[in-house]
Design a protein around this ligand. Structure first.
Ligand code: GRF
Length: 221
């Protein structure tokens, strides 16, 4: 009998290429998580098509239809509970989740952000990186806390910033790493290989292969 898989709820607002990376990973028999539900606050999000194509429950909860954030989140939480979701993955979800929402999934909400946090939180991270003139950019998967992109870091991947880069070319280079990093970080979190340790995370000593993948290429073995 195959091992029980963690049930993910993926929250999206747009194209859903990170959702696709999670769907593809979950398509592998040995991946420790499955996508139980995809929820978008934007009715036209292409991510919903990706979910349907993968045979995954796709739901719209349009924030515009609610008078308050509390009511909107209550509807989102209702869908997640109904789908038996255990872990929430934010994947281009353009709404901030509240502290009350986080209390419903303590230590079980993850986000991917297109910068090497704590640099460049918030919107247009790639543009911020170009404007600041950094030579290395990247992406971060982190636990979500009440701040904006401030939660404990699970994994990061770096890419070079090239002299001719514009926002589109840098974003594309970072996005390719996001697609590798998010499934890896979810695997680490749902298997308990990474755990919360105050404002930081701890990688279990038994993790060897995955931890190797988290190391920079030039780092000592
Ligand atoms: C990604 O760059 C992600 O890091 C950010 O929003 C973008 C979503 O892209 N939070 P996609 O919808 O997954 O293609």
């Amino acid at each position: 009998m195959s091992a029980r898989r963690a049930r993910l709820g993926v929250l999206v607002s747009g194209g859903g290429s990170n959702l696709q990376a999670l769907l593809d990973a979950a398509g592998q028999a040995d991946y420790p998580a499955e996508v139980a539900c995809v929820l978008s606050n934007v009715p036209t999000a292409f991510a919903l098509e990706r979910a349907r194509k993968a045979g995954v429950r796709a739901e719209v909860v349009d924030h515009k239809g609610f008078g308050s954030k509390v009511d909107f989140e209550a509807a989102v939480l209702g869908v997640l509970a109904d789908a038996g979701v255990e872990w929430v993955c934010l994947a281009g979800f353009m709404r901030l989740v509240s502290a009350d929402f986080l209390k419903r999934f303590p230590g079980h909400v993850l986000n991917i952000h297109p910068s090497l946090l704590p640099a460049f939180p918030g919107l247009h991270a790639q543009r911020q990186a170009l404007e600041r003139g950094v030579k290395v950019a990247g992406c971060t998967v982190h636990y979500v806390d009440a701040g904006t992109d401030t939660g404990p870091i699970i994994a990061q991947a770096a890419v070079p910033v090239l002299p001719d880069d514009d926002e589109a070319s840098l974003s594309a280079r970072i996005l390719a790493e996001e697609h590798r990093l998010y499934p890896l970080a979810v695997r680490l979190a749902v298997t308990g290989a990474v755990t919360l340790d105050g404002a930081r995370t701890k990688v279990a000593a038994r993790v060897t292969g995955d931890a190797g993948a988290l190391r920079s290429p030039g780092a000592p073995k």
